[in-house]
Design a protein around this ligand. Structure first.
Ligand code: FE2
Length: 564
């Protein structure tokens, strides 16, 4: 059975293909169109996925879409609006804030693009699918059920709590499911506007960053602030007296965050929001773990891009194992819709993903053509891993492009910039060269076999750490050896590399350890500033030039920047 999984096309358009329950291809449209979080129907990603899966449109049995039909989504919006008015009338909050909330909520409902176009998105999708003979194969899936299916069916755990948290999807902002025996049973949903995604998005915007894009910067910034200063003011906006899920009072009042941002340092504001997010999320995850007597939690949804919150979940005494789907945002929810549909139609047992190298790969001929077209002098290395390590030991920045592109927001060695993690100053000068925010920490990439000597509690997230989805506290050895990859709060967001999963990167790390005694390097995504991660050799050459990086390793081809 061949199922195409399609994400909503408002942002982060992406496609994945499941063949008999196995994810065989997946990619986001942004990598082809070169526009960050690209919206619109993902034509190029779909063409690629069909090709990689070795199927044509006529072989496709279903197209699973991670949203409900227009009228059902809007009915949920109206129901959520009605419920919320009743809730606000009873909630303890300042009267002006309640009024602002209701006025903004009403306005946001009325100016919603979906209402205005009266199903325009759905028509666009149907029309694009009709052109490919696929419109009759379209199946709608509840957005949060799709997020949960992406986490459950790739968790490798038969019985676990499954949680989704995001900004908004199918009228909701989150859900709790029990995954058991290959089936998902709904425990409760969190109706919009009680949205932790909205909560964090608003503070991102108030602090001068781009909402829906720069939330990760707030996580980085929070480590520099004091959460205690504003904690009480912020946590009071949540009503935590309910068993099933929290209520977020006055969620649509944007003036609250703006007021804080004007009066306090951005570090302290970020720290308070981060701490409240962590406390609210962990309280309810803990509650549902106790209630379902589960010891593993599988998670998806954009809020789980928050690696520090994930660490707090992982550290709960109830949690033996925590897993976050590598494409946790809406770029991965289409894949989840495909898993959900397959699980409904056939028996499907949760299995772990072998890897997420599910995107385009390029041949030597493709790479050589790109290098020749750019007029770059290159050498083909008989032992590229050893040559890369020679450069790293000489403190050269290596931009590495190899094999198939990663699915999801993280570069996991195949589209990565590598550098020693020894000198902490690298954060400043390399972020500047890559045109990124200077306070953002770089993440480490380490040999999996050394993980226990480097990261605390790593066995609870061993599988998830293959995909860089959670931070852990670092051991004294890690702090001493690789300070450039340890954040100011003593945490790091590691990628663990196993030999069988990425033998080439594993060999680079092994050779580097042989030379230096250190099993860790810095791994940051191969892109410049706000561009998506590179996809093709041509993208890689352009980003290498723009970033004035020293060494470009395209497969087994090496290019050195001429001395200035
Ligand atoms: Fe979502």
């Amino acid at each position: 059975m061949v199922i195409v999984g399609l994400s909503p096309i408002a942002h982060e358009s992406a496609v994945g293909i499941l063949v008999d329950g196995k994810l065989v291809a997946a990619a986001a449209e942004e990598r082809f169109g070169r526009v960050k979080n690209q919206a619109g129907f993902p034509h190029q990603a779909l063409d690629f996925c069909l090709k990689r899966a070795g199927v044509t449109a006529s072989d496709v049995d279903y197209v699973a879409y991670a949203a409900l039909p227009f009228h059902r989504e809007r009915m949920r919006d109206l129901a959520g609006y009605g419920q919320n008015i009743a809730y606000v009338a009873r909630a303890h909050d300042d009267a002006p804030r309640k009024l602002w909330h209701l006025a903004n909520f009403t306005r946001n409902m009325l100016v919603n693009k979906e209402w205005e176009s009266w199903g325009g998105t759905e028509r666009k999708i149907r029309s694009a699918l009709r052109d490919r003979g696929l419109d009759k194969k379209l199946v709608y899936t509840d957005h949060h059920r799709a997020h949960c299916a992406s986490a459950y069916y790739t968790s490798g755990c038969d019985r676990c709590l499954v949680v989704s948290l995001d900004g908004y999807g199918s009228g909701q902002a989150g859900s709790f499911y029990l995954g058991e025996g290959g089936k998902l049973t709904l425990l409760t949903t969190i109706p919009y506007p009680h949205s932790l995604g909205t909560f964090y998005r608003r503070v991102t915007q108030a602090l001068g960053f781009k909402p829906n894009r720069h939330e990760g910067k707030i996580v980085g910034l929070a480590a520099f602030g004091d959460p205690a200063k504003l904690y009480d003011q912020v946590v009071r906006r949540f009503d935590l007296e309910h068993d099933d899920y929290y209520r977020y009072k006055s969620s649509q009042d944007p003036y609250f965050e703006k007021g804080l941002a004007e009066r306090y340092s951005r570090e302290d504001v970020a720290a308070a929001y981060q701490r409240v997010l962590e406390d609210v999320a962990t309280k309810y995850i803990q509650h549902w773990m106790q209630k379902t007597a589960t010891r593993m939690v599988a998670c998806a949804g954009g809020v789980f891009a928050n690696v520090k919150m994930n660490q707090r979940v992982m550290e709960l005494p109830e949690v033996d194992q925590m897993y976050v789907f590598p494409a946790m945002g809406d770029g991965g929810v289409g894949v989840g819709a495909a898993f959900a549909l397959h699980g409904d139609l056939r028996q499907l047992s949760p299995a772990t993903l072998p890897d997420v190298y599910l995107g385009p790969a390029y041949s030597d001929a493709d790479i050589e053509r790109a290098l020749v077209a750019e007029g770059l002098p290159f050498k083909k290395s008989p032992d590229v891993e050893r040559d890369i390590v020679d450069q790293l030991v000489a403190n050269k920045v290596v931009a590495r492009f190899d094999g198939a592109m990663e699915f999801g927001p993280r570069a996991l060695g195949n589209r990565s910039i590598l550098y020693p993690a020894v000198e902490p100053e690298v954060n400043k000068w390399l972020n500047k060269r890559l045109k990124r925010t200077e306070f953002m920490p770089f993440a480490p990439i380490s040999l999996d076999e050394e993980a226990n000597t480097l990261y605390d509690h790593i066995d609870r997230v061993r599988y998830s750490a293959e995909f860089m989805t959670v931070t852990t506290n670092c051991t004294p050895q890690m702090r001493a050896q690789s300070p450039a990859a340890v954040h100011v709060d003593g945490t790091a967001r590691p990628q663990l590399v196993k030999q069988r999963i990425n033998p080439s990167v594993h060999r680079i790390l092994r050779l580097y350890r042989e030379r230096t005694g250190i099993p860790t390097l810095i791994n940051t995504s191969f892109n410049i500033h706000e561009e998506p991660i590179v996809c093709s050799p041509e993208d890689a050459i352009r980003a290498w030039r723009d970033g004035a990086l020293e060494v470009l390793a395209l497969g087994t081809y090496l290019v050195n920047r001429p001395a200035a």
